[in-house]
Ligand binder design. Structure first.
Ligand SMILES: Cc1cc2nc3c(=O)[nH]c(=O)nc-3n(C[C@H](O)[C@H](O)[C@H](O)COP(=O)(O)OP(=O)(O)OC[C@H]3O[C@@H](n4cnc5c(N)ncnc54)[C@H](O)[C@@H]3O)c2cc1C
Length: 386
């Protein structure tokens, strides 16, 4: 029998209690979870990140400014309002705002209630998260998780030398990534879970019979999305014309609603450039012969070739731009697979946060909110006594 003497029993007890947590992905949700776990001194946390750099998407967010939250978060901003309605009852805007304040992040909001770091610089958010990590957190970069297997009550990641008691799945989605891989999150394939293939969301539309020369034009418009004659979505904002179609925040929001259609066929986009003008169009044309005083020159060229109503310029939708051009992805692990603590029902001790779960929101800080909020909620309940 080994004799344990002196200070060793204390060390033995400490080692016994030290739980090992793995976080897969050092992005928005993974780093937020790591910062929250840092409040617990009796844990050992390893974050596995496949890229050389951490938090690439968070840094790119909001054009480098990172619109991290929105003061008006509601379930209707997401693809699964019922799920989000329950979720937001536990973790709302105020909870997240306070957490960031407590971490030392100063924030500012704009007139549209979008919240940014006060520096308007996304790297500040990353720096603050890193500053809040304890020495018990180890981040391993350039390490792609390729396999996740259960060993009795614990989890093995690739051939990593130690097993983990709890694993937080936070690998995000393939949206916004230039080099697409067929194997995204393929370590999940052996698990028996309902997974919706990723589709681009918050992305521009490719349009049918769209003239390339419109590329570079920008215009304010009221954008309406129709399926046959049914209106699906309407919002005002700036539209940017690209080579094969259109984009801009308002169009990206339309794409989120397009993706929610069971069968997105026979869809049309209609642009109203005079939504705030009480103008008699025929009268104007009689007086000035063309729209050069009202519309962008490229739109005037289009009008000269095939006249249209400036209150209803319509195109049939061919589809959206692909995943590399998208800000988020529609799809991921079905929300029915997780319990109220975002733990996989069929795989205890595996939790899902961020974009990997089939939750996507419109533009305005809703997606980063969910990445942070899901991480917060998972960690808060990780050590609950059932
Ligand atoms: C250009 C752009 C602008 C955006 N702007 C905004 C905005 O202003 N506001 C907003 O709310 N949202 C914005 N978004 C969306 C937002 O960035 C994402 O929704 C959010 O980052 C998702 O967080 P996540 O933690 O789920 O995933 P990510 O932040 O993508 O993190 C996942 C991490 O996991 C790593 N990973 C993937 N697979 C593996 C693997 N097998 N092994 C190990 N690591 C792996 C990835 O490399 C990545 O670092 C924007 C997105 C883009 C692309």
């Amino acid at each position: 029998m080994n004799k344990i003497g002196g200070k060793q029993p204390q060390l033995f007890v400490l080692l016994q209690r030290m739980k090992r947590i793995a976080i897969l992905g050092a992005g928005a949700s993974g780093l937020f979870a790591a910062a929250q776990l840092s409040k617990h001194s009796d844990l050992s946390v390893v974050v596995f990140e496949k890229s050389k750099n951490i938090a690439a998407k968070l840094r790119a967010s909001g054009g480098g400014r990172a619109n991290i939250l929105n003061e008006h978060i509601g379930p209707e901003c997401y693809n699964h309002p019922e799920f989000m309605s329950d979720f937001l009852r536990q973790t709302d805007f105020q909870t997240l705002y306070s957490e960031f304040e407590n971490m030392g992040l100063m924030m500012r909001s704009d007139e549209e209630h979008r919240v940014y770091p006060a520096t308007f610089f996304s790297t500040t958010v990353v720096d603050v998260l890193l500053k809040n990590l304890s020495k018990n957190v180890q981040i391993i970069t350039d390490y792609e998780v390729k396999s996740l297997t259960r060993e009795k009550q614990q989890w093995q990641i690739n051939d990593f030398p130690t097993l983990f008691d709890q694993v937080l799945l936070m690998v995000g989605s393939p949206a916004g990534i230039a080099r697409q891989s067929q194997n995204f999150a393929s370590f999940l394939n052996p698990l028996d879970i309902h997974f919706h293939p990723f589709k681009p969301s918050l992305v521009g539309f490719k349009l049918i019979q769209y003239p390339k020369y419109l590329h570079g034009c920008r215009a304010k418009a009221e954008v309406s999305l129709y399926q046959q004659n049914r209106i699906i979505f309407q919002e005002r904002g700036e539209v940017t014309f690209k080579e094969e179609g259109i984009s801009g925040i308002v169009v990206m929001n339309a794409s989120a609603h397009y993706n929610r259609l069971k069968s997105p066929v026979n869809c049309t986009l209609s642009l109203n450039f005079l939504y705030d003008e009480d103008l008699d169009i025929s009268d104007y044309l009689r007086k000035y012969q063309d729209f050069s005083g009202i519309l962008h020159p490229k739109l005037c060229k289009l009008y000269a070739q095939s006249p249209f109503d400036p209150r209803a310029l319509q195109w049939r939708i061919e589809g959206t731009y692909d995943l590399p051009a998208a800000q988020v992805a529609h799809g991921g692990i079905d929300v029915g697979e997780v319990d109220e603590f975002l733990q996989l029902k069929r795989y205890p001790h595996l939790y899902v946060g961020g974009e990997l779960l089939d939750i996507d929101g419109v533009c305005g800080g809703y997606n980063l909110f969910f990445a942070f909020a899901s991480a917060y909620w998972i960690v808060k309940n990780l050590f609950r006594e059932d």
